[in-house]
Design a protein around this ligand. Structure first.
Ligand code: M6R
Length: 618
């Protein structure tokens, strides 16, 4: 969702902010803007503000040949919440007197009463946004004699209910940026005599690896003269902790691929290997995971696992349900975080909540773990982004180590989540004495062979391109699978719909007879996952039912299959593996298929309409 970038230093500021905005594009947005404070005593008077509906390229066109100057600047990509995506609602927003500019991610829930009381005191507003209310509130507090910007921001945020990451600049303090956060991430980059501010590390990594992650309810004043000072909203001093950024530039560039999504699909052999590295010791036949090993007794005694997540991460949770039941024999419930957080769930002592999130910032998942913790659950996080909010708030956890995922459609993050969850289920099964040594050892061998098997699936890309050509213009599609491949069917449908805008549904194959079968005709592609596992014969029966009604079948099958293949117009082969690991393979053909259909339809693959990479509002 919205992205924040800020810079304080001597570099040419406009190109740096624009580059930062480009780096943040993947988060999803519909307008962009920048504001730069002119230097004291110079010819330029007042904030230099540019904002535009559309892409960063539209903003650049709007700026044209203007050459704003200064040492402090902020930039923003806005994903509309309060008010339409247009030039006026785009950030930055200015105070009534034009002295301050502010950018904001998140939602100010009490903006209505704040706006009304400000209006009663004479404030007028140009935009429909909640953000403009905040900058007016800061302006009003700043007008109190003796108040400085740091204090004004702190006092204003104390009145705010909601989620925010903000950055503010002040024409009367041209070498300063004040930032603050609550439930929305903010990273500060510490350079040599320069500072960077961003929603995530992608705009920063090019310049410095020294970062400070601002914590909830912390406010920072960054000054070229005085350095970095952090206080809490409650006015306690915080000593900044500088951490080393674990990110390389190549991870956030396309590396010769046309889209990030395609690059990330092809990275999966490596990302799965990275995920297993150091955790699976084939020579000793062991799984080592600190997040589990440090809490052996808790896992041994666990009475239930509740998995929460959204979207693709929720699908990984569904796979986890099968894994935990098969290997660890623990009752599992898988919940949409957005529903779970507003229910009144019964959480007992001994319940473990697994929160799955690529970004680690999804608002509903974050709220769900906070609620579950309050009720006594232990929170185990499965996140990809190191240092993200969910990773930091979890009691224990395991990173997926998939590397930055920039394409909005989640691909390598999903397979890495499944791989981590398989390791967790195996390790916990071992601790609880629910898995025999032979099965355990065989699963480790199978896991280690996944990267190589993924390579052989990726090598079939040209076959998948041909299938994509045959079905790119279908208005609807159905994805069917059973057992471990039921979540794969859901994930296949989600991938297709989110980047191609083709209506697609995923179903357990047997459920087809209870409704979706009515949709089947000769124009309807039905994508089956028919790998040779425990459900193979049943799935083949479902394929026959579709075939009998003239449906067009495309099937993901096990290499060498003839039976399911004979019922299909097109097949994509995946190597044989253990049933529990099939999702790691069978999901990849659907990723490639969705990608190539979206390309054929000329969709914006990496930034599909209306979607955001990191959904930081509920
Ligand atoms: O960052 P998270 O894993 O928490 O994100 C959850 C969903 O927003 C995400 O998986 C979304 O469904 C993807 N666009 C799917 O490709």
């Amino acid at each position: 969702m919205c992205g924040i970038v800020g810079y304080l230093g001597e570099r040419p500021i406009l190109p740096l902010l624009i580059k930062g905005l480009h780096r943040l594009e993947y988060r999803g947005y519909d307008s962009a803007g920048v504001a730069i404070v002119p230097q004291a005593g110079g010819d330029i008077k007042g904030l230099q503000l540019f904002k535009k509906k559309g892409k960063v390229a539209d903003l650049v066109a709007e700026i044209g040949s203007a050459e704003p100057q200064g040492r402090a600047g902020i930039g923003h990509t806005r994903w509309a919440t309060h008010g339409a995506p247009n030039d006026v609602n785009a950030h930055p927003h200015l105070s009534g007197n034009g002295r301050l500019a502010l950018i904001h991610n998140g939602i100010i829930e009490n903006f209505h009463p704040l706006k009304e009381s400000l209006a009663q005191r004479g404030h007028t507003f140009e935009s429909e946004t909640d953000t403009e209310v905040l900058v007016h509130l800061i302006e009003e507090i700043l007008a109190i004699e003796g108040c400085d910007l740091f204090t004004a921001v702190r006092n204003a945020l104390a009145e705010v209910v909601g989620a925010y990451a903000i950055a503010v600049i002040d024409t009367q303090d041209p070498d300063v940026i004040v930032v603050g956060r609550k439930s929305s991430p903010l990273v500060l980059g510490i350079g040599d005599g320069e500072y960077f501010v961003a929603s995530d590390a992608t705009p920063i990594v090019e310049y410095t690896k020294n970062v400070v992650y601002l914590e909830d309810e912390e406010i920072a004043r960054i000054s070229l003269q005085d350095g970095l000072k952090i206080r809490t909203i409650g006015n306690h001093t915080v000593t900044p902790v500088v951490e080393a950024l674990e990110m390389e530039m190549e991870a956030i560039e396309k590396g010769g691929y046309e889209h990030f999504m395609l690059k990330e699909i092809h990275e999966q052999p490596r990302s799965i290997a990275d995920c297993l590295r150091g955790r699976v010791r084939l020579d000793h036949g062991v799984v080592r995971m600190a997040g589990i090993d440090d809490h052996c007794e808790m896992w041994t005694a666990a009475s239930r696992v509740i998995v929460v997540g959204c979207g693709t991460s929720w699908h990984a949770g569904l796979v986890a349900e099968y894994l935990f039941e098969d290997f660890a024999r623990i009752p599992v419930e898988v919940e949409y975080a957005s529903e779970f957080r507003y229910r009144n769930p019964v959480i007992n002592k001994g319940d473990i909540v697994i929160a799955i999130s690529q970004s680690g910032e999804t608002a509903d998942t974050l709220a769900a773990i906070r609620m579950a913790r309050e009720r006594g659950a232990h929170i185990f996080g499965v996140c990809n982004v190191v240092g993200s909010s969910i990773a930091r708030e979890a009691d224990s956890g395991a990173y997926t180590h998939a590397g930055p995922e920039i394409g909005v459609a989640s691909t390598k993050a999903f397979t890495a989540q499944v791989a981590v969850l398989a390791l967790v289920a195996l390790r916990v099964g071992e601790l609880r004495g629910k898995i025999d040594g032979a099965t355990f050892g065989r699963m480790l061998v199978e896991l280690q062979s996944v990267p190589e098997k993924l390579e052989s699936i990726l090598a079939q890309e040209q076959t998948i391109v041909e299938i994509a050509k045959a079905y790119a213009h279908a208005p609807n599609a159905l994805f069917l699978g059973r057992g471990y491949n039921f979540p794969v069917a859901l994930e296949g449908a989600l991938k297709l719909k989110e980047i191609s805008y083709i209506h697609a549904e995923g179903y357990p194959a047997a459920e087809m007879k209870h409704g979706p079968i009515a949709l089947i005709d000769e124009d309807m592609p039905i994508f089956f996952v028919a790998t040779q596992d425990a459900h193979y014969e049943k799935v083949v029966s479902n394929m026959q039912e579709v075939k009998a009604r003239g449906g067009r079948i495309i099937a993901v099958v096990t290499r060498g299959d003839t039976h399911a293949a004979a019922l299909s117009e097109h097949i994509i082969e995946v190597p044989k593996t253990a049933d529990a690991l099939v999702p790691l393979l069978s999901t990849v053909p659907f990723q490639l298929l969705s990608y190539h259909i979206a390309v054929l339809l000329k969709r914006d693959v990496d930034q599909p309409r209306n979607l955001a990479k990191s959904v930081t509002v509920e």
